[in-house]
Write a protein that binds this ligand. Structure first.
Ligand code: NDP
Length: 487
């Protein structure tokens, strides 16, 4: 008989291991960061940013409007014309290295603030988000004086002022993905972070001050969707870069039509995660967990559609259930926590709606039994079986810890189901056979495909989608292209 797990007994558990938040001091309120200074919004308005794990207000943040966006774009233009475009790549690179090093120095503070403001487990902020944000600045610092090698035989120049809009799922990491290549290539930036997670972007503005970045090179305008729309509609931008929902991406595309402003879009996804019968099932189950429950499933490239070969479905589902029951859901600041809080009430409601829709469509819902805190926004790790390709829970991005499980018999059937989606951002395959890996990676129309692993990121590796997942790439040499003019 094979033993699959050890039963320790109900009285055994992890003692709390909270990360402390007393090693830094947040301000009561934050201004916009324009022209190298923190300033209030012209309207004087502010909004509150709350901790989604306990619904407590963390700080108030300036609510930027059209006039603020205008000031920020003008500051970015002046910095571009007078300082940044004229500076040698070698000098620009020094600032990026400095920013990278300060992110490392302030890593603990940034990780705690990221978890407080967004709800993600401290283990993920500490081990993934913040180190990767620093890595993106180190990587792009290296490119700043070597752009001629990135585009051999071409003369390389910056584009100008970039307006960048980012979502709430990886707040500081998205700052890094957007800002590092833009600055390395000689552009200046106006950034709009998400309304629910502005704090690490504000700390990043402090880091720019600390690094002595020339004023106006990086500007930050906090606010909600209307602030993002004001930025997109500002005629002074040369380039817009957006990460977020496909719906808003399409609206931005419409606003920019005919204006000649360059655009890159990194939008939603509904990745197929394919498990063949010859895969190492225990490792594949870990991959499934990482694919869909990492960051509460708030991941555009999440493996949210599981395609399991029929012969191993029962084994995979049984092992998956057992593994899911061991996931610890709760306080994001506890170092044992696997799954933190859902980022906002609105997102929690949206996920709950999808759970209801799935059941109404006839699918079978499994949720773990774990207890969740009374305050805050929580969804237990969940999956649906008995789903059909046409179900909304299979076709639409849920952006939460909810997996849809389907089966297949042949490789071609798996590919057909995998590609039956409006999205094309990512995918995954688990198999013992190299030839199958190549067939799957060539057969799925998606920008990133992981083999025998999932959700691995690296600044040297380009990331981006096809179809309704957007266009343009971030990271690697490909990620420099949207920020340069070549002649
Ligand atoms: P949005 O696309 O609305 O948010 C992304 C960013 O765009 C935020 O900074 C947002 O501001 C801003 N924004 C909103 N409206 C506009 C606009 N008209 N013009 C310019 N900028 C705008 O995502 P949501 O937060 O509403 O999430 C909804 C769904 O989108 C999720 O359930 C998920 O499915 C998907 N999503 C996908 C992401 C991805 O990485 N692919 C990331 C986030 C969401 P603000 O948040 O302050 O309103």
């Amino acid at each position: 008989m094979t033993k699959t797990s050890t039963t320790i007994g109900a009285d055994w558990g992890y003692a709390p291991a909270p990360e402390s938040a007393d090693h830094f001091q947040l301000k009561d309120h934050y201004g916009l960061f324009i022209g190298g200074k923190f300033v209030p919004a012209v309207s004087g308005k502010r909004f509150k940013t709350i901790n989604p794990a306990n619904e407590k207000v963390i700080a108030e943040v300036a609510d930027g409007g059209e006039k603020d966006v205008d000031k920020a774009v003008k500051a970015a233009r002046t910095a571009f014309d007078k300082v940044w475009r004229k500076m040698s790549g070698r000098e620009r690179g020094k600032y990026l290295y400095r920013i990278a090093r300060i992110i490392q120095e302030r890593a603990r503070e940034l990780a705690v603030v990221e978890s407080m403001d967004g709800g993600k487990p401290i283990r993920e902020s500490r081990d993934v988000d913040i180190p990767l944000a620093a890595a993106h600045f180190f990587y792009h610092a290296g490119w700043a004086d070597k752009l001629g090698y990135a585009f051999p035989g071409k003369s390389v120049s910056p584009i100008g002022v970039a307006g960048q809009i980012i979502p709430w799922n990886f707040p500081l990491l998205m700052v890094a993905w957007k800002v590092a290549p833009a600055l390395a290539c000689g552009n200046t930036v106006v950034l709009k972070p998400a309304e629910t997670t502005p704090l690490t972007a504000l700390l990043f503005a402090e880091i720019c001050q600390e690094a002595g970045l020339p004023e106006g090179v990086f500007n930050l305008v906090t606010g909600a969707g209307a602030t993002g729309a004001a930025l997109v509609n500002h005629p002074g931008l040369d380039k817009v870069a957006f990460t977020g929902s496909t719906e808003v991406g399409k609206a931005i595309q419409r606003s920019l039509a005919g204006r000649g402003t360059k655009l890159t879009l990194e939008l939603g996804g509904k990745a197929a995660h394919i498990i063949f019968e010859d895969a190492t099932i225990d490792q594949a189950v870990e991959g499934i967990i990482n694919g869909i429950y990492f960051n509460q499933g708030h991941v555009c490239c999440a493996g949210s559609r599981l395609l399991v070969q029929e012969s191993v479905e029962e084994e995979v589902v049984t092992k998956l259930k057992a593994r899911m029951e061991s996931l610890i859901v709760g306080d994001p600041l506890d170092k044992n926590t696997d799954i933190g809080a859902i980022n906002s009430k609105a997102q929690c409601d949206r996920i709950r709606d999808y759970l209801k829709i799935g059941e109404e469509e006839g699918a079978e819902l499994f949720q773990t039994q774990c207890s969740v805190p009374e305050k805050g926004y929580w969804i237990r790790p969940s999956f649906f079986t008995k789903v059909a390709q046409s179900h909304r829970i299979v076709q639409e991005e849920i952006f939460g810890p909810v997996l849809a499980i389907q089966t297949f018999r042949t490789l071609n059937e798996a590919l057909e189901k995998a590609n039956n989606t409006p999205y094309g951002l990512s995918g995954g395959v688990w198999t013992d056979k190299g030839a199958k890996i190549f067939k799957v990676t060539r057969g799925i129309r998606a920008g990133v495909i992981w083999a025998n692993t999932f959700n691995k990121f690296d600044p040297t590796s380009p990331f981006g989608g096809y179809k309704e997942s957007g266009y343009g790439r971030e990271g690697g040499r490909h990620g420099l292209r949207p920020y340069v003019e070549l002649s």
